[in-house]
Design a protein around this ligand. Structure first.
Ligand SMILES: C[S@@+](CC[C@H](N)C(=O)[O-])C[C@H]1O[C@@H](n2cnc3c(N)ncnc32)[C@H](O)[C@@H]1O
Length: 197
């Protein structure tokens, strides 16, 4: 399995945003929506071996985590509007204090924080922090079931980095330029497709 965790520092956690305002009022939810696209879409199929955790940290009901499972997901299309709608439906769900609720096939929502997500995924695979100044991915042997952690349009905060450090992550770079989060996911997939198909 390939796991990705994408942090949306200002991404809204209530479902009352407009679908045509995802890059403004919804706290740069557009970045996370593009991460969904990059995580799952091949030209003619969906990557079933991938799970994506979107950690939303903005708005009045933070934090929330929306999880997409490639194995089960339905009604996922390449356009940003319909993916935003899947996320919005998830954010409208009434949530228990613990545990996930299924919003639609392959889309789950919970009150999990970044710390909760990293802690639970650390039991499934090795944490790999994607960062510009990390070890070159060309010289890195990707572990089984890697958990790639990525930030949105700002870097992870010191507190978030401290959480990661508790799990002794590998810190891996995709190249000399600072890239968009969704582009990083494409590059990671491509690298793994070639080295550990
Ligand atoms: C747009 S960047 C974040 C802000 C960026 N560091 C800056 O100073 O403008 C989005 C995220 O993608 C990941 N990222 C971007 N470029 C990368 C690279 N060359 N190697 C590894 N990860 C990268 C990091 O997780 C980063 O936080």
């Amino acid at each position: 399995m390939r796991y990705f965790v994408a942090v949306g520092h200002k991404a809204v956690t209530t479902g009352d945003f407009k679908l045509d305002d995802i890059s403004g009022g919804a706290g740069r939810l557009d970045i996370l929506v593009r991460c969904v696209n990059s995580s799952f879409f091949l030209s003619h199929s969906i990557r079933k071996d991938t799970q994506l955790y979107l950690v939303l940290q903005g708005g009045s009901d933070a934090p929330k985590t929306v999880r997409f499972s490639g194995e089960e997901v339905r009604y996922l299309n390449p356009d940003e509007r319909s993916t935003s709608s899947l996320i919005r439906n998830a954010l409208m769900k009434k949530l228990p204090a613990e545990g996930e609720v299924r919003s639609s096939p392959g889309v789950y929502v919970s009150k999990m924080s970044f710390s909760d997500v990293i802690s639970s995924l650390s039991e499934k695979g090795r944490i790999v922090y994607l960062k510009e100044d990390g070890k070159d991915i060309k010289e890195y042997s990707t572990p089984e079931d890697p958990v790639f952690v990525i930030s949105d349009n700002v870097d992870l905060t010191n507190e978030e980095e401290d959480i990661l450090l508790q799990y002794a992550p590998d810190t891996v770079s995709l190249g000399p330029n600072s890239l968009h989060a969704d582009h990083c996911i494409i590059l990671v997939h491509n690298e793994m497709d070639r080295t550990s198909p």
